[in-house]
Design a protein around this ligand. Structure first.
Ligand code: ZN
Length: 281
C-alpha cells in the first residue's frame, strides 16, 4: 500500500465563515486573511494504491463552471487534480474507486468534466466506482436552503447517469480491505471520513470536520456547518480517539500541512506534530 497527497489547487473563502463564532484576532494568527478578509485554502485529495485498487478521496472543485463563478473563489496555485495524479505516474483510467467525502462543490467538482468539444459532460475517472452515502446523496439532490448553493447538479447527476454511483451503506461486502468509513452529521448529512490502516498506523481523512490544523480546538467550528453543536460532539469524540491512539489526521483544506497529530492538554485538544504526508511515514 502506498499513499499520495494530491494537490487539486487552492481557492479562497471568507475567514470569518471558516471559523464561525471564533474572533478574527484568534484565527488570523494561524491563517492570515488578505485585504478582503479571504483566506487561501487548499483542495487536498488523498490517493491510495492498495493491491489492485487505486482509490482517490475527493476531487476538488474541477473546472466546469464559468470564469465569473470561478472568480468568486479565486482559484489559484499550480495544482490541478489530474495533473497531480499524473505526476505520481498514474492515469485517470487507473483509478478504480473515488470516495467523495461529501458533495459540496469543493470536494466533488473534479469528478465530472466537459468533453473535448465542450458539448457534454463525461466522467474524469471512467473506470471508477464513485462512493457516497445514500442519505447524503438524498440531501444533495433535495437540498435544504442553507446548502443549496454548494450542491451543483452538474457535479452529481452525471455520476448517477453514468451508472458509476455507489452507496457505502448499501453494499453487502466491505469495498475496501484497509479502509474503515466513519461518518459525521455536523458539517453536512452523513459526510464520509475514511480511516486507513497504513504501515501499522491509522490515518483519517477527517474532511470538513477539521479542515485545517487551525481548526483543532473543539469550538473552532466552520460557519458553514448545518449542525454546529453536533460537530463539536463529533470533534471531541474523534480528537479523543486520535490523541489516545496516535491517529494521523489528514487535512482537506490546510494551506500548509498535509497532516498532524494531536494531544490532550489542560486547555483541551491541541496540535502535537504537523507536516507533510511523507514526513509522517
Ligand atoms: Zn470543504
Amino acid at each position: 500500500m502506498i499513499l499520495h497527497s494530491i494537490d487539486a489547487g487552492y481557492f479562497k473563502l471568507d475567514g470569518g465563515a471558516m471559523f464561525g463564532v471564533v474572533p478574527k484576532t484568534f484565527w488570523n494568527k494561524l491563517i492570515p486573511a488578505d485585504e478582503n478578509n479571504l483566506c487561501s485554502w487548499m483542495m487536498r485529495c488523498l490517493l491510495i494504491e492498495d493491491g489492485n485498487q487505486l482509490i482517490l478521496i475527493d476531487t476538488g472543485m474541477g473546472d466546469k463552471q464559468d470564469a465569473k463563478w470561478q472568480g468568486y473563489y479565486y482559484r489559484h496555485g499550480e495544482g490541478e487534480l489530474v495533473k497531480s495524479i499524473r505526476a505520481k505516474r498514474y492515469s485517470e483510467n487507473d483509478v478504480t474507486d473515488v470516495i467523495l467525502s461529501h458533495l459540496h462543490f469543493d470536494h466533488c467538482g473534479g469528478s465530472v468534466k466537459w468533453n473535448a468539444e465542450r458539448t457534454k459532460f463525461e466522467m474524469t475517472f471512467p473506470n471508477a466506482r464513485y462512493w457516497t452515502h445514500s442519505e447524503h446523496f438524498e440531501s444533495a439532490i433535495h437540498p435544504n436552503p442553507r446548502e443549496k448553493a454548494t450542491f451543483f447538479r452538474d457535479n452529481i447527476l452525471p455520476i448517477q447517469e453514468a451508472n458509476q454511483l455507489f452507496f457505502v451503506d448499501k453494499v453487502a461486502e466491505k469495498p475496501f480491505k484497509n479502509i474503515e468509513i466513519l461518518t459525521a452529521d455536523g458539517h453536512t448529512e452523513k459526510m464520509l471520513m475514511p480511516k486507513i490502516s497504513y504501515q501499522n498506523k491509522e490515518i483519517i481523512f477527517i474532511a470538513d470536520t477539521i479542515p485545517s490544523h487551525a481548526h483543532i480546538p473543539v469550538p473552532y467550528v466552520m460557519g458553514y456547518d448545518i449542525r454546529p453543536l453536533q460537530t463539536m460532539i463529533e470533534k471531541d469524540n474523534l480528537l479523543s480517539k486520535a490523541s489516545e491512539n496516535e491517529w494521523i489526521i489528514f487535512f482537506d483544506h490546510d494551506p500548509l500541512y498535509d497532516c498532524a497529530t494531536v494531544q490532550r492538554t489542560e486547555k483541551g485538544f491541541a496540535l502535537k506534530e504537523k507536516g507533510s504526508l511523507v514526513e509522517f511515514f
